[in-house]
Design a protein around this ligand. Sequence first.
Ligand code: IPD
Ligand code: CA
Ligand code: CA
Ligand code: CA
Length: 270
Amino acid sequence: MNDEQLQRFLDIATECALAGGVILEQQWGKLNTIEEKGRPGDLVTDVDKTSETEILKVLKRHFPEHGILAEESGHLGEADNPYLWAIDPLDGTTNYAHGYPVACVSVGLLIENVPQVGVVYNPFRKELFRAAKGKGATLNRRPIQVSTTQQLSSSLLVTGFAYDRRETPDNNYREFCYLTHLTQGVRRSGSAALDLTDVACGRVDGYWERGIKAWDMTAGIVILEEAGGQVTAYDESPLVIESGRILATNGQIHNRLSKALHEASSWLPW
Ligand code: IPD
Ligand code: CA
Ligand code: CA
Ligand code: CA
């Protein structure tokens, strides 16, 4: 991959994220439809769909030959295409549907299954996070770095809960309580992509979650790694995107957080 190509992918990813962001902004407070996708609480609105339509228009215009995995449209294009765009047109749908202004658009590019380009745009804060592999990460064009926190006891973390949490004992409740006990706090923003970018720019020190998808994490992974962070599976083995489990930190607390997630399964606070 030469620099020029990578830059072009980053530029188009930015165009996509901003196109989706315009929809999120314009339609704020004017939702037409809110539906459940199957599970209780798993919402989709007309804004998720319109944002995705606008993003796909941009992508198809520039890269008609690439594969796309978009939350609301599924997989488009040849299954074995080495270029796969992972698109979340509205990450934070529950927040958005309730009028809680924490949401973003996430546009990532996997090449041969490796996240290489990522753009996350939060229109509420006018924050544009961008990164391409080997080129560093920026927030509104300024370089960003992860925090330097070294101890769990002085860390602030963030996590999330998947829509299947009512149906599975693997619901993250125990991990959430145990880490709340060990740290200065655990937040739940409602947007996995913003959780990753918040680790990337040092607002929080670590993030973990199970049950998230390629469209939630691809862009954020590139941004976090390029900001000096570490991304693995819970047990520190290499991340497998399809597993839906991610441990993402500033690097300094990675091992301690991994151990704590393991200990959580046998922790009995009550
Ligand atoms: C959700 C958010 C949330 C996470 C869920 C995701 P959506 O995405 O990222 O933070 O906990 O697992 O599905 O549905 O708002 O795009
Ligand atoms: Ca999402
Ligand atoms: Ca979404
Ligand atoms: Ca969703």
